[in-house]
Design a protein around this ligand. Structure first.
Ligand code: PLP
Length: 413
């Protein structure tokens, strides 16, 4: 059912048409969502890449309700803490891919990107390398839409409202040798951090070429550049592990996360910093990182996070993601013969994409709308269709997805 709006300004929306026609979602359960007319859809995007545990999980709702009854809200500034924030930080640090991790909690992914960038630059300022200010990012990357995230955008269309933050340099998305060349040209002693989504998500689901992540991490380590794994999409099971890098066997210096930490039920994000990166802040008397958000470590969000972490482990959902990544890619490859499809991508985590022909502007949106008419929600991206179902999906759901996508493609062809 479509209704209009007088006032709600949607993100990433052409409001001139959206103001007349919105899809109002009223209910969600496991892999399903319902609109206001009662039509049911398969949520093949896990909302915005986050409902990893499936919608409507009682365990998370109960934890939120119980926390609301105990302590509804209190901040973390200066020496204040709350029990869920302490417990969640311990739980995440224990699962972190780096030693002695410290956990800075935020309100979401964009906050986490800003936080990681500031920690990186401030770390070097405190350790006698104040010239290390440059932030490197990859083409096609998406790091949110805050000021820093917009400056780090590798999706050209997302680079809106310049001027951008200075000292940000883009590098190729798939070439570690070029990364090292860029470093040498700029002068490694001027580089603070390299931001890297293990699998590029919103930029088109681009799995890294074999060996790329490992080689890029080595390049950074060789030149003293901090490796920031942006696990906002890739974490919490999407790549079959906690923070999206375990499968590559690398040790990042910083990790940004959000979305799946609460399966999207509460807005929460954060940054893991290795003990070495955090040390100047943690061990030097009087040193303060003058940074944080009102909702950093919000007790209700953290209670949701703790319940979600428990759920992932109890239900073995990451193993499920591992088991489903091949079958998803297989379904997408089965659609690669379609005249509108130029490539099927996936196989590194439970997410995938179909690249569509380049000469039909707006085609991804049209196909996504057509697929929706067949009961499945998929994500139109710049030039590809994206798929990232909840980790609770089954192969039957993947069959339904493939069938609806073929019908949608046929309809638009
Ligand atoms: N980083 C990545 C890789 C993302 O995909 C996103 C959002 O999709 C962000 C950062 C920004 O997160 P948020 O939208 O919570 O600010």
């Amino acid at each position: 059912m479509s209704i209009g709006t007088e006032s709600l300004w949607h993100p990433f929306a052409a409001m001139e048409s959206v103001k007349r026609s919105q899809t109002v979602i009223t209910r969600a359960e496991d892999v399903w969502i319902w609109d206001a007319a009662g039509t049911r859809y398969l949520d093949a995007t896990a909302s915005l890449w986050y409902a990893n545990a499936g919608h409507g999980r009682r365990e998370i709702a109960d934890a939120v309700t119980a926390q609301l009854g105990r302590l509804d809200a209190y901040h973390l500034f200066t020496d204040f803490a709350n029990e869920p924030a302490l417990a969640l930080a311990d739980a995440l640090a224990a699962r972190a891919p780096m030693a002695d991790a410290k956990v800075f909690l935020t309100s979401g992914g964009g906050d986490s990107i800003d936080t990681a960038a500031k920690i990186a630059r401030a770390h070097f300022a405190l350790t006698g390398q104040p010239d290390r200010t440059i932030l490197l990012h990859r083409e096609h990357s998406y790091h949110g839409t805050h000021g820093l995230g917009t400056s780090l955008a590798g999706i050209p269309g997302n680079r809106v409202a310049p001027p951008f933050v200075p000292d940000v340099v883009q590098t190729a998305w798939n070439d570690a040798e070029m990364l090292e060349e860029t470093l040498r040209e700029l002068g490694p002693e001027r580089i603070a951090a390299f931001f890297c989504e293990p699998v590029i998500g919103a930029g088109g689901v681009l799995p890294p070429p074999p060996g790329y992540i490992e080689a890029a991490a080595q390049v950074c380590a060789r030149h003293g550049v901090l490796f920031v794994a942006d696990a906002v999409i890739c974490g919490f099971g999407r790549l079959g592990d906690w923070f999206g890098v375990d499968r590559f066997g690398i040790t990042p210096d910083l990790v940004t996360f959000a979305k799946g930490v609460t399966s999207g039920v509460q807005p929460l994000g954060g940054v893991l910093a290795s003990g070495a990166v955090a040390a100047p802040f943690w061990d030097t008397p009087g040193t303060v990182l003058r940074h944080g958000q009102t909702y950093s470590g919000h007790p209700v969000a953290c209670a949701a996070g703790l319940a979600t972490v428990e759920l992932y482990e109890r239900d073995g959902l990451f193993a499920r993601a591992d088991a489903l990544e091949g079958p998803l890619l297989q379904r997408l490859q089965g659609l690669a013969d379609h005249p509108l499809v130029t490539e099927a991508r996936g196989g590194t985590g439970f997410l995938g994409a179909l690249e569509l022909v380049p000469d039909r502007p707006g085609i991804t949106g049209r196909v996504a709308n057509a697929v929706r008419e067949h009961g499945v929600i998929i994500r139109p991206m710049v030039s590809a269709l994206g798929f990232s179902p909840p980790l609770t999906a089954t192969e039957d759901h993947l069959d339904q997805l493939a069938e609806a996508v073929r019908k949608g493609l046929d309809q638009v062809a």
